[in-house]
Design a binder for this molecule. Structure first.
Ligand SMILES: C[S@@+](CC[C@H](N)C(=O)[O-])C[C@H]1O[C@@H](n2cnc3c(N)ncnc32)[C@H](O)[C@@H]1O
Length: 469
């Protein structure tokens, strides 16, 4: 055997040994679910003695082979109830809304600097020059809906990244993960706790965010909305806000993702109980949407939402949700011929946060994937015209005169390309006979406000508001 061959195999052995050494160390530090957790001292030892890349690689193999349970945020029933009760009882508008005062200033006299990710004509000139009001941050009500929908949300992939629960079972994704575990705060102070895997994925991967329930409650209350439409119910956050708003009576919605749909029903039943409705007084009806006669465009393979399920829950409140698409179903008119109550033309408000083209790939690989707007419309223009604008035309039929369309939407960005939709949307909706009222700022973390939650630098996303003439 030549010496060079011996050298290579020895090096190989050394590398293998390191792999095995790290693997055993990870396994020995597994918590009750098998997730490797380290005290500060133990983690510092790893950082000082092993190559970062190697540790990431071994960690990826360890997770795939040993299948530790992903450290979801633990939300118990009592946390959900507590969060629901607070959202129900608190005067959210006084707590969270910053209104305009007289003389063009803000009610509290502060001189805010407001920043959006993109500037739009409709937020910076004419009627949109000033935002109508602003809604403050808050995560204290998240558990009320996340108790039911956390796993669905963490399975949501984005363009370019897998959601945490999908990445957790994918060796290639795990090997790419740039875990934040080498940050000084972790090496010098905290070590690694199971929840750090979750937060690290938010930084180095992708986690779909919740819509903040208190924002929806502010919108419902600021508009005195009783009858509400939500054309993309999403993670059930606007649904919980509906239950927690005293004046809100009826909520009609849809979403083609079969997983979130199943959990909406559980949400409705549980929230009715939390409002004091006895179990025997909660009426659930399951149905199938027979569809409307519509012409399917040449080449459109998908037959749409015809035959999709819907359910109705009646107790103190009235909810009807379809497991189908907003561009197919006229919510509210669906009652005609369906054995439900025909409610067309008397809704007060559409409030939703639609998908932003294909920034998030909801239900990828799931049964209803073909109904997802990101899958159904392969170009931006098709998505805008056949999904977004068609949805708005459908909603127009169900709104009363004086009713409002309020949309949380931004220009989507895929990789580095910005797809301009917001200014065009304002022209489209006003062209249908609506007045553009202006926009509302929903504050978010990030931007200039990164450094603190108080202060006068505000960053966020717009909610565009229109009134039906
Ligand atoms: C989670 S919410 C919005 C989140 C936020 N706007 C974003 O994109 O980052 C979007 C929801 O729209 C739903 N959706 C997808 N295609 C749809 C369609 N054709 N009609 C109605 N809803 C749809 C998805 O299933 C998802 O639950």
């Amino acid at each position: 055997m030549s010496s060079s061959v011996v050298d290579v195999s020895e090096e190989d052995n050394v590398v293998k040994d390191k792999f095995a050494e790290i693997y055993v160390m990870l396994r020995d530090h597994g918590d009750e679910n098998g997730v490797p957790v380290f005290s500060q001292k133990d983690w510092k030892f790893v950082v000082d003695n092993y190559d970062k890349k190697k540790v990431i690689e071994v960690l990826a193999h360890y997770i795939i082979n040993n299948k530790p349970i992903f450290p979801l945020r633990k939300i118990e029933h009592k946390n959900m109830k507590n969060s629901f009760d607070k959202l129900w009882k608190r005067d959210i508008v006084s707590l969270k809304v910053v209104r305009r005062g007289g003389d063009d200033g803000w009610e509290d006299g502060k001189d805010y600097t407001i920043k959006l990710k993109y500037d739009y004509d409709c937020t910076s000139s004419g009627v949109g020059e000033k935002c109508l009001y602003m809604i403050q941050l808050g995560h204290e009500y998240n558990d009320a809906s996340s108790y039911f929908q956390q796993e669905n949300r963490l399975k949501c992939n984005s363009y370019g990244y897998k959601g945490p629960l999908n990445a957790w079972v994918d060796l290639t994704e795990l090997k790419k993960m740039n875990w934040t575990f080498w940050r000084p705060s972790m090496v010098g102070k905290n070590g690694i706790r199971s929840r750090d895997y979750r937060s690290s994925m938010r930084v180095s991967g992708y986690v779909a965010t919740q819509f903040k329930p208190h924002v929806a409650k502010c919108i419902y209350e600021m508009n005195n909305a009783e009858r509400i439409l939500d054309t993309s119910c999403g993670w059930g956050d606007r649904l919980v806000a509906f239950y927690c708003t005293e004046g809100a009576k009826v909520y009609y919605g849809c979403d083609p993702n079969e997983n979130v749909y199943e959990d909406y029903k559980k949400q409705c039943i549980e929230y009715e109980k939390l409002l004091g409705t006895k179990e025997e007084d909660i009426k659930i009806v399951d149905g199938v949407w027979v569809g409307i006669d519509e012409v399917i465009d040449d080449g459109d393979k998908c037959l749409g939402s015809k035959g999709c399920s819907y359910f109705e829950c009646k107790g103190k409140k009235h909810v009807r949700i379809y497991n189908g698409c907003a561009e197919d179903i006229i919510l509210g008119n669906g009652g005609f011929g369906n054995g439900g109550d025909a409610a067309g033309g008397d809704f007060d408000l559409l409030f939703t946060s639609p998908p932003y083209f294909k920034t998030e790939m909801y239900n990828e690989g799931g049964d209803g994937e073909d109904l997802q707007s990101w899958k159904r419309y392969d170009t931006f223009e098709k998505w805008r015209d056949k999904f977004l604008y068609k949805m708005i035309q459908n909603v127009e039929e169900s709104l009363k005169v004086g009713g409002k369309i309020m949309l949380n939407i931004v220009d989507p960005q895929i990789k580095t390309k910005r797809y301009r939709v917001c200014d065009h949307l304002v022209d489209f909706v006003t062209g249908l006979g609506f007045t553009y009222d202006g926009w509302i700022l929903q504050r978010m973390k990030g931007g200039p406000a990164k450094k603190g939650l108080s202060g006068v630098n505000w960053y966020g996303e717009p909610i565009f508001s229109f009134t039906k003439d």
